[in-house]
Ligand binder design. Structure first.
Ligand SMILES: O=P(O)(O)OC[C@H]1O[C@H](OP(=O)(O)OP(=O)(O)O)[C@H](O)[C@@H]1O
Ligand SMILES: O=c1cc[nH]c(=O)[nH]1
Ligand SMILES: [Mg+2]
Length: 212
């Protein structure tokens, strides 16, 4: 698995405000959207394009456009929804599929409660968005779902990751058997005993949408 840690002062600046416990929900949502747009620049570096002949007011030339079939963006509910708009803004012609997953706060095991994805992902580039990669259980289960639908090219975009989680995903991806790229805004210090990223930002879903 290729791992890219975005190293950009604007990303660090926005992440600092995102982490700050004084940041309210509307500001948190705006920052998450802005951050994903910056990370998406890195995540879409290998997006497939095809030649596209055009005529400018001056001359004929051949540019590029996104190739067909178009990419698929998959936010992992709930918190991944906070990154969807920023990603769609960069890839407006992409299709969007949804995966709903929640981790048990005691065992840290994950269960899926919603799945609305294209029938097949064969030949599609898939971009998974979820702000937090903690133990990595959620991402691994998501990758298995996507692989079972034929995906063979997955890029995951996360705002924060724990080193333990990256390691777990790296191990699991060997068995999943398809190329995976991970783009993250920061690799934090560690996980705490409750499975939260340290220093992290707390519960991303709650900070975006409130405690349910
Ligand atoms: O790497 P992991 O240990 O699996 O944890 C990461 C997951 O935890 C959070 O979701 P959560 O389960 O809190 O659901 P929510 O988005 O509905 O709040 C986060 O958005 C990830 O999906
Ligand atoms: O720190 C964490 C870990 C998992 N999920 C979150 O929302 N935050
Ligand atoms: Mg949550």
């Amino acid at each position: 698995m290729q791992v890219h840690v975005a190293d950009h002062p604007l990303i660090k600046h926005k992440l600092t405000y995102l982490r700050d416990e004084r940041t309210d929900s509307p500001t948190f949502r705006r920052l998450a959207e802005e951050l994903v747009t910056l990370l998406a620049y890195e995540a879409t570096r290998e997006v497939r394009t095809e030649p596209f002949p055009i005529r400018t007011p001056v001359a004929e030339t051949t540019g590029v456009k996104l190739a067909n079939p178009k990419p698929v963006i998959v936010p992992i509910l709930r918190a991944g929804l906070g990154m969807l708009e920023g990603m769609v803004r960069l890839l407006p012609s992409a299709e969007v599929g949804f995966l709903g997953m929640v981790r048990d706060e005691e065992t840290l095991e994950v269960s899926a409660y919603a799945n609305r994805l294209p029938e097949t992902l064969r030949g599609r580039q898939v971009f998974v968005v979820d702000p937090m990669l903690a133990t990595g259980h959620t991402l691994v289960m998501a990758f298995e779902f996507l692989r079972d639908l034929g995906a063979d090219d997955i890029t995951a975009v996360c705002l924060l990751a724990a080193p333990e989680g990256i390691q777990n995903v790296q191990e699991a991806v060997k068995d999943i058997g398809i190329p995976v790229t991970l783009v993250v805004g920061s690799v934090d210090e560690r996980l705490d005993e409750r499975g939260y990223i340290v220093p992290g930002l707390g519960d991303a879903g709650d900070r975006l949408y409130g405690v349910v």
